[in-house]
Design a protein around this ligand. Structure first.
Ligand code: AMP
Length: 415
């Protein structure tokens, strides 16, 4: 079914004419949203979900009354967990609206940067606001915008919004929104807390589940390499050179490790940059741009980069440190194999992190073959005392509650 079979206007169809056909989430969501219905969609990032809600919302906005457009009461509110996702969605809205006679005013309202430019941008109203919940509430408190005119609300990456502890802010925002509105909730995973949020915020939603469609599963080869903890950086270097990786996203457990691995790679002449929460928003955007423009070929990141980031042509993701949860694993490896491309996800598993990786496999109902690379064969045994367990434990740091729970679960599995 082509895009032209949707009741979308010609300027909107033109904006997506470079895509051969709609993705599944687009096929199923666009008619529902155009008809004004509520939607609950389980779809991974990379499935085309942003365009799936942006196109029909633009169409609804474009056909709204002239008076509404003139007054610019905030019409469409898109809530996201991170600044990076907000920036990406804003870009998609602008790209999809590029051929409309009248373009909507799209404002990004995110934390971590000065509030003043956002207050200025909101003067005279806005049609679309893409926001993180905390900053949105700050702006409301300062009377920079009102939510009483919102006709459609999007909760994007709802699982991540809740993981990041935004549930209280979301409740405050719901109280400020008009009771009659369209609600669209997108989430990569659907744990109990997302179900509760859906019950609270959606009215008789249409359900779209994309992850169950085998065809839409991204083409990602998962590779697991056994290696000693201390050999991970040399192995990473070896693979980058040997496999001739052009662009690789490396996940580590801490900001310290990110900076440390970057320093080691640079010392060996490999162009690398770090991406983590300790960097200013400007430095993060710059790092992302440098990576996308191939100014450096390796980006070493914390889980901040695990969700929402859309980097086309990212052939390889490496789990230098394992993620804490199976969900995080799914999100991390989902950075590659996007938009129908082939991707490789490599996980370094040390003697200490083996049991944790088995838990991830169990959760994901899979068992992957362990490989060893000549020259990097592991010598550690699971009981050897290690400086770092490779799953986030950093020498000298106190174990977090999550670390302790994970270790208890790993012990249980061994029994
Ligand atoms: P998402 O993060 O789910 O919004 O997916 C975004 C990625 O999907 C971007 O790389 C888009 O270029 C790509 N995309 C969106 N719509 C389509 C489509 N109909 N066909 C192919 N790729 C698409």
């Amino acid at each position: 079914m082509p895009f032209s079979s949707f009741a979308l206007t010609e300027p909107l169809l033109r904006a997506v004419s470079h895509y051969p056909e709609p993705t599944r989430v687009q096929l199923e969501s666009i008619p529902v949203i155009l008809a004004g219905g509520d939607l609950l969609a389980t779809a991974q990032t990379g499935s085309g979900k942003t365009t799936a809600f942006v196109l029909p919302l633009l169409q609804r906005w474009a056909s709204a009354s002239e008076k509404l457009k003139r007054n610019r009461p905030l019409n469409i509110l898109i809530l996201v967990p991170t600044r990076e996702l907000a920036a990406q969605i804003r870009t998609v809205v602008q790209e999809c609206a590029a051929h409309l006679d009248e373009r909507p005013k799209v404002v990004s309202a995110v934390g971590g940067v000065s509030i003043n430019p956002q207050m200025m941008a909101l003067r005279g109203g806005a049609d679309f606001v893409v926001a993180t919940p905390g900053r949105l509430l700050d702006l409301v408190k300062r009377n920079a915008l009102s939510l009483s005119g919102v006709s459609s609300l999007v909760l994007d990456e709802a699982d991540r919004l809740l993981d990041l502890g935004f549930s209280e802010e979301l409740n405050c925002i719901f109280d400020l929104l008009p009771a009659r509105r369209q609600n669209l909730l997108f989430s990569a995973t659907f744990p109990k807390k997302v179900e509760a949020l859906a019950l609270k915020s959606l009215y008789d939603p249409n359900r779209v589940r994309i992850e169950e469609e085998p065809k839409s599963a991204p083409d990602i080869r998962q590779q697991v390499i056994r290696v000693d903890t201390e050999k991970r950086t040399p192995l990473l270097r070896h693979l980058i050179e040997e496999e001739d990786w052009k662009r690789v996203l490396v996940f580590v457990a801490s900001q310290y490790t990110a900076d440390h691995v970057v320093m080691k790679l640079r010392r060996n002449g490999i162009r690398a940059g770090a991406f983590h929460g300790d960097l200013s928003q400007g430095a993060r955007s710059e790092a992302l741009e440098d990576f996308k423009n191939s100014h450096f070929k390796v980006m070493v990141a914390t889980d901040l980069a695990a969700r929402g980031l859309d980097i086309v042509e990212l052939p390889v993701v490496v789990n230098y440190d394992l993620p804490r949860s199976a969900d995080d694993y799914t999100h991390r490896i989902g950075r590659t194999g996007r938009a129908g491309e082939h991707g490789v996800a490599v996980s370094f598993v040390t003697a200490e992190s083996e049991s944790h990786f088995r838990l991830i496999e169990k959760r994901n109902a899979c068992r992957l073959t362990r490989e060893e690379i000549e020259g990097f064969k592991p010598t550690e045994t699971p009981h050897a005392p290690l400086a770092s367990a490779g799953t986030g434990g950093i020498k000298g740091r106190r174990k977090s509650k999550k670390d302790k729970l994970r270790e208890a679960a790993a012990r249980k599995l061994k029994e």
